[in-house]
Every structure is written in C-alpha cells, then in structure tokens.
Write a new protein. Structure first.
Length: 431
C-alpha cells in the first residue's frame, strides 16, 4: 500500500546563476521561481501544501571583486530577507518559516529554511561548510554546504539532511576539470562527525540520511562534429529540436553529466529527475525569455541531484524520492542562465534501530575519502581570494566602478609620482 504523502517531508530546492549582478540579479517578486510548487501540491494531499524544507542556492551571486574580498554580507542578507518574505507571502496556508542556515563563499551561496509548525522545531546540530576549487583553490569555483539533523520522536536520533550548492568549471572541452572539481569537493567539503559517532574524523557529504546537490554544474551538450545539428549554420534547426520534448529527449544522450554518470565516474549513488522535460537552462541572450545566445551550445548546466538512505546501489535508476516537479523558469531575463526548481517528496521514515541515524548506501566500488590537506588548501585559497579581492576592489573604487578605468588611473598616478620623484631639483641662487 502506498504511504500517505502527509507522512512524507516535502523539500523544495531552487538554484540560480545570477551572472555576478548582486541584488540586481533577482527580481523582487519571486513567485515564478519559489512558488510554482504550490500550484501542483494538490497531487500530494488533495489540498495545497507548503514545503517542509526550502533550499535556495546561488552561483555568481555578486561581482567577483566583492566576492573575493568577502564583502558579501549585505547581499546575502538582502537575499535572505527577500526569499523569506516571498515564501511566506505565497505559502498556501500562510505558513511561517525560519532560516536554518546560510553560507556563502565568493559567489556560491546556500540558504536553507524550515517550516515553523513542523521541521523547524526539530532541527538541531546545524553545520555549514565551504570549499574552493578555482585556480590555487580559490573560491570563484567551489561549493557551500549545510547539514542538520531533524530529531525523531521518543528519543529517536532522527535523520540527517545535507545540502550542497556548487559551481564547477565552465566550457565544453573542460569535462575532465569538472569531474576533478566534483571529486575535490567530495574530499574537501567536510563536516564534523555525526552525533553519537565514536569516530573523531571529519565526514564527507555522504555521511548523511538525505543528500541534495544543486547548482551550476556546467556540464554541456557535446554533439559530435558529425552530428547534423553540431554545425553553427544549423542552430535554427537545433533550437527547433530543443523546443519539443521528443527532440530534447534525443539530445539528452549527448549530455556530458548523464554520460559520465552512466560510466560511473561522477555522482555515484545520486539520482536525478527527467531534466530533458524542460528546455536547456543556458546560454540565453540577456533580456530574452526564450532566445538562446549563439555564442554557446544550449545545455542543461543547472541541475539538482539527490539520494536517500533507502535507495539501493543495486538499482541506480530508481529512488524512494518522488520527484514531483523539476523545471526551469523562463521569465527571468537578467542572467544568461534560467533558474531551476525541484519539488521532492521524501520517503517515510524506515523502521530501524532507534539509536542509529540511517545513512546512505553507496556502490561497493565507491568509497569517498576525506582530503587530509583540505584545511590547508581551503584557507590558502581564501587568503589568495582576499588579497586579489582587496586589490581588485581598490581598482574599482579608483575607477568609479570601472576596473579598467581604475587600472588606468592607477598607472597615471604611478607615472606622475615617478616623474615627481625623479625630476631634477633646481638650485636657488641668492643675490
């Protein structure tokens, strides 16, 4: 007999690459992005139902000079206030939410909320973490994570939830670097030992009951040169193909992420909804609702992956999580990406030992390992972030908001100072 959906937690996950625009990258009305789930919630219980948990991830949240400098507080607070007000304004039964945690590293940010009359009252052991996998471990690429435990009834330790928002290396030919980014994140985005654990070692994101991985993963549709739609001259036909579900289902076979998951090189143990149900989320012409830029092959760069402890490694194509909604939001036009959103109905709690937190079951051939040098790498990358960011910020200030003009003003000032220091001194003559 199917379980009652009301006994299963509802998780909403949203992700958006805002193209370095800070507070200008997200409109003030977020109903299209954060409230479409309410319109399909009748599927669950015959009446509108609000999510129990809402996770919102950003990539390229703010200009790089501010991100590198660590000057993200005002932007992340603005996003938090806006998101919280919007999910409450559009909640079907006027539900209230509380922020569980927020974390930002350069431009990658993650905010997680829980419904007050429910999960929020049971949340404990909240942890946040970050890591950078850009050049020299800088944070222009990397991940931010939130982990917390939801306590069970009658002393049951409950279940652990882990959310990871990531931004991986761009450009179609750099597939190997994207794969390396992912594995570096697995090894360096480390959390304290689980409650009740005898081990003192830090844990990877896989030491959890439920795991969600979202963001601009930058995997591309890589058509072979011999494919009839690969040529630049055939872009009009390509766009026509992408406008139909059958066409997208055909082209999904060239999606790098899907191909690598099938090979077992990446995202071992994860599941994903049918991403080809919606149009490629990248690369759109700025300001356009439904017009791709000709500079890049349209691709599903923005993705939401997930898995839960009752999923079996023996059946990698099935999951106990019901994917109710997985789509992009075309109406947002200030970025070359479209935001995406998923609505996931988690399985009901499984009977087990009341003293044990249920954990994920991974394929036997895959054992994620913590990088013993992760702390050194992360903080050396962050130090470099700050040095470059402060210098860059000063140049922007000198250029009245324009970096190139700031460089020019700096060079002009340096030249004037050098001339003044080296000019000959004219001796005065007393008469």
């Amino acid at each position: 007999m199917a379980s009652d959906p009301s006994d299963r937690l509802l998780v909403q996950i949203a992700s958006y690459n805002t193209a370095l625009q800070g507070v200008d990258g997200v409109p003030q009305d977020l109903v299209d992005w954060l409230a479409p789930t309410f319109e399909v919630s009748n599927f669950l219980a015959g009446k509108p139902r609000a999510p129990d948990i809402v996770a919102v991830g950003f990539q390229e949240l703010l200009p790089l000079h501010l991100g590198f400098s660590g000057l993200s507080k005002s932007v992340i607070e603005s996003r938090n206030n806006l998101i919280l007000s919007q999910i409450e304004e559009h909640a079907p039964n006027k539900e209230r939410y509380s922020l569980v945690a927020k974390i930002v590293n350069v431009g990658v940010a993650l905010l997680v909320y829980a419904r007050d009359e429910g999960v929020s009252r049971q949340v404990t052991d909240v942890q946040t973490q970050w890591t950078g996998c850009g050049p020299a471990y800088m944070g222009n690429k990397g991940a931010a994570g939130v982990r917390f435990r939801v306590q069970g009834a009658d002393g049951d330790p409950g279940e652990v939830y882990t959310f990871v928002c990531a931004h991986l290396t761009a450009h179609e030919p750099r597939l190997a670097q994207r794969i390396a980014d992912y594995h570096y994140i697995v090894g360096s985005l480390l959390f304290p030992p689980l409650p009740g654990s005898q081990s003192k070692s830090r844990t990877t994101m896989f030491s959890t009951s439920h795991l969600f991985f979202l963001g601009d993963l930058n995997f591309r549709v890589a058509l072979p040169p011999t494919h009839p739609l690969a040529a630049q001259d055939n872009r009009a036909e390509l766009y026509t193909t992408l406008s139909s579900q059958s066409g997208r289902e055909e082209l999904k076979e060239y999606d790098q992420l899907l191909q690598e998951r099938r090979k077992g090189t990446i995202f071992q143990g994860f599941r994903e909804g049918e991403f080809w149900q919606f149009k490629c989320s990248y690369k759109f012409a700025m300001g356009e609702v439904d017009h791709y830029s000709t500079k890049r092959m349209p691709s599903w760069t923005d993705r939401i992956m997930y898995t839960t402890y009752s999923d079996s490694p023996d059946t990698p194509e099935t999951t106990a999580i019901t994917n109710i909604l997985y789509t992009s939001i075309p109406s947002y036009t200030t970025s070359d990406h479209k935001p995406i959103v998923a609505l996931l109905l988690l399985p009901p709690p499984q009977p087990g030992s009341p003293d044990t937190i249920p954990l994920l079951h991974l394929p036997p051939a895959y054992t994620p390992k913590a990088d013993g040098f992760s702390t050194l790498k992360r903080y050396s990358g962050r130090a470099l972030d700050r040095i470059i960011g402060i210098i860059w910020w000063l140049l922007v200030v000198m250029g009245a908001g324009n970096t190139a003009m700031g460089v020019g003003n700096f060079l002009l000032g340096l030249g004037a100072w050098t001339w003044w220091k080296t000019k000959p001194v004219t001796a005065s003559t007393d008469v």
